[in-house]
Write a protein that binds this ligand. Structure first.
Ligand code: SAH
Ligand code: SF4
Length: 351
């Protein structure tokens, strides 16, 4: 429930088709009306007015009871190198989140945010540094996709939950979003085309595994041991690496899906040969792939990115030890495409 124009209104785009049907049935409306409305919502309309096959009376009734979440483009940056588009979206309460649209040979992939800010406080991350404001509703995650699609006139075929926020710290809403976005009567982006990135909320990884969805799990590891990981990722104190890697092993064994381990290389912190060897040992026997990227320098963090040669050398050690690894190409490097940076600058500009 939200108060809009002084009235309590319900978030209709976060409702599943079944919930909408039940709600409509309670109001004495026929079942097929719920499907009609659901399809309009998932095609991305921003008002009930646009639902032209409903009577004016019904549109008015819906307007009185529900609201439709939309994301408004506040800022937009287009990369000169590779057509990557970075958005700063705002919601009616004034909060902003970022999303990045990337073009690959197989289609368009959108990286979306799941929270305004983040509670996890990783020291290298711009989002972590700017604190936490609130969770996003499922409808606000859908709204980011719809706004990007409308802006570019394209269909997004792949999703990455790797923007601002920790998806597993907003678990209920993220689960609801995943069900909605993959639903046959909705946008139909299948689980195989969705990646979810987490800093390692262990109990939720077990829960996700048990659902046996064909989702790709990315785990932000960024260190080969607790001593280093604790320095940069406070979450490691709650769930140390041994517990995290056990959960990852369970995830791969239960879902038969490979896990992507993210590893941002920070000069002099986690990028030595010894780190590579230790990492290889820790990942032994887990169906995995390591993505190495140079850390993106964030103001105030005091970290330098490792050199390209260091990344290559680190990658080679992992491969020699039988761990699949790649040095990831970074898209949109000229437009701060790493999460949290655009919002942080925007906030500094307006305050
Ligand atoms: N909270 C989730 C997803 C959002 S962060 C998570 O942490 O996985 C998305 C990715 O960007 C994560 O892999 C995160 O570790 C990485 N990241 C954050 N700040 C970065 C930086 N300055 N340089 C490189 N990667 C960064
Ligand atoms: Fe949050 Fe992920 Fe940033 Fe850590 S890296 S602060 S978990 S968004």
């Amino acid at each position: 429930m939200h108060t809009i124009d002084g009235q309590q209104k319900q978030d209709i785009k976060s409702m599943t088709l079944e919930e909408l049907q039940q709600d409509f049935a309670r109001q004495g409306l026929p079942k097929f009306r719920a499907l009609q409305v659901y399809q309009w919502l998932h095609r991305g309309v921003s008002s009930f007015e646009e639902m032209t096959d409903l009577s004016k009376t019904l549109r008015g009734e819906l307007e009185a009871k529900y609201y439709i979440s939309v994301a408004t483009i506040e800022k937009k940056q287009v990369s000169l190198y590779d057509n990557t588009v970075k958005y700063l979206f705002s919601f009616p309460d004034g909060e902003c989140v970022e999303a990045v649209l990337m073009q690959y040979h197989h289609g368009y992939s959108l990286c979306i945010s799941t929270q305004v800010g983040c509670r996890m406080g990783c020291t290298f991350c711009a989002t972590g540094k700017s604190g936490f404001a609130r969770n996003l509703a499922a409808s606000e995650m859908l709204a980011q996709i719809q706004a990007a699609q409308r802006d570019q006139g394209v269909r997004v075929s792949n999703l990455v939950l790797m923007g601002m926020g920790e998806p597993l710290d907003n678990y209920e809403n993220v689960l609801r979003f995943l069900e909605l976005v993959s639903s046959p009567k909705g946008m139909q982006i299948g689980m195989r085309h969705i990646s979810l990135s987490t800093c390692g909320i262990v109990d939720k990884i077990y829960d996700l595994a048990r659902r046996k969805w064909q989702l790709t799990l990315s785990v932000s590891l960024h260190a080969p041991n607790d001593a280093i990981r604790e320095q940069t990722m406070p979450v490691n104190r709650r769930w140390p690496m041994r517990e995290l890697l056990e959960a990852c092993r369970f995830y791969t064994q239960t879902t038969h899906r490979r896990i992507s381990f993210e590893y941002a290389m920070i000069q002099g912190v986690n990028d030595s040969d010894a780190c590579a060897k230790e990492l290889a040992r820790r990942l032994e026997g887990i169906l995995s792939h390591v993505n190495l990227i140079p850390v993106n320098a964030v103001a105030g963090a005091g970290y330098e990115k490792s050199t390209a040669q260091r990344l290559q050398a680190f990658c080679r050690i992992l491969e020699q030890k039988g761990i699949a690894a790649t040095v990831r190409r970074t898209l949109g490097s000229d437009i701060d495409a790493s999460c949290g940076q655009l919002r942080r600058r925007h906030k500094e500009e307006v305050t």
